[in-house]
Ligand binder design. Structure first.
Ligand SMILES: *[C@@H]1O[C@H](CO)[C@@H](O)[C@H](O)[C@H]1NC(C)=O
Ligand SMILES: *[C@@H]1O[C@H](CO)[C@@H](O)[C@H](O)[C@H]1NC(C)=O
Ligand SMILES: *[C@@H]1O[C@H](CO)[C@@H](O)[C@H](O)[C@H]1NC(C)=O
Length: 150
């Protein structure tokens, strides 16, 4: 009887602690999607038009999320908030959410200084779409191995 009770309490712990990390992760992915859309909707246009390194790779992101979320955080957090910041500071918010997500999936990434560029609005759209794909998966990506960017 005691063994059975112990078994049950062990199962209880497994059931009730395991989903926590997943729901944190789900919550953060949802926030990333919402904030990416919000920034795209609210602009300002000058911010959305601004050119950023085109290092975020949509295909790789959908397969091995962490490296590209790290790239997105690096790019977005270096945008000049004084110059482009809106009253409710969307850029600051999305950087913070990305930082929290990236703490769950630490990854090293580098952003090329003189490579191709794209508009920030394209990055935000790709980031939203990648977060949505990972969000929809039953088991979010846990790979920490990433292939180096070419
Ligand atoms: C973000 O916007 C796209 C299209 O503009 C829409 O399809 C998507 O559902 C939106 N996502 C969220 C989380 O609101
Ligand atoms: C950010 O933009 C403001 C306004 O254009 C400028 O005065 C400031 O030097 C810029 N800061 C950085 C770190 O680029
Ligand atoms: C990132 O790089 C640092 C320094 O090389 C290393 O200590 C760390 O383990 C790396 N982290 C990941 C997640 O690869």
């Amino acid at each position: 009887m005691k063994t059975l009770a112990l078994l049950f309490s062990f199962a209880f712990v497994l059931v009730f602690t395991a989903p926590t990390k997943t729901s944190d992760e789900h919550h953060l992915l949802k926030r990333i999607m919402i904030e990416a859309n919000k920034t795209r909707d609210e602009g300002p246009e000058a911010l959305l038009d601004s050119l950023v390194p085109a290092d975020f790779n949509q295909v790789r992101c959908k397969e091995h999320g962490p490296e590209d979320f790290c790239i997105a955080e690096t790019i977005i957090s270096t945008l000049n908030q004084t110059q482009y910041g809106t009253s409710d500071n969307n850029i600051g918010t999305i950087s913070r959410v990305l930082k929290q997500y990236n703490r769950l999936h630490p990854s090293n990434c580098t952003v090329k200084k003189n490579g191709d560029e794209e508009q920030l609005r394209a990055l935000l759209m790709n980031l939203h779409d990648c977060a949505q794909i990972i969000f929809a998966r039953p088991h979010p990506v846990t790979h920490h191995k990433t292939t180096p960017a070419l």
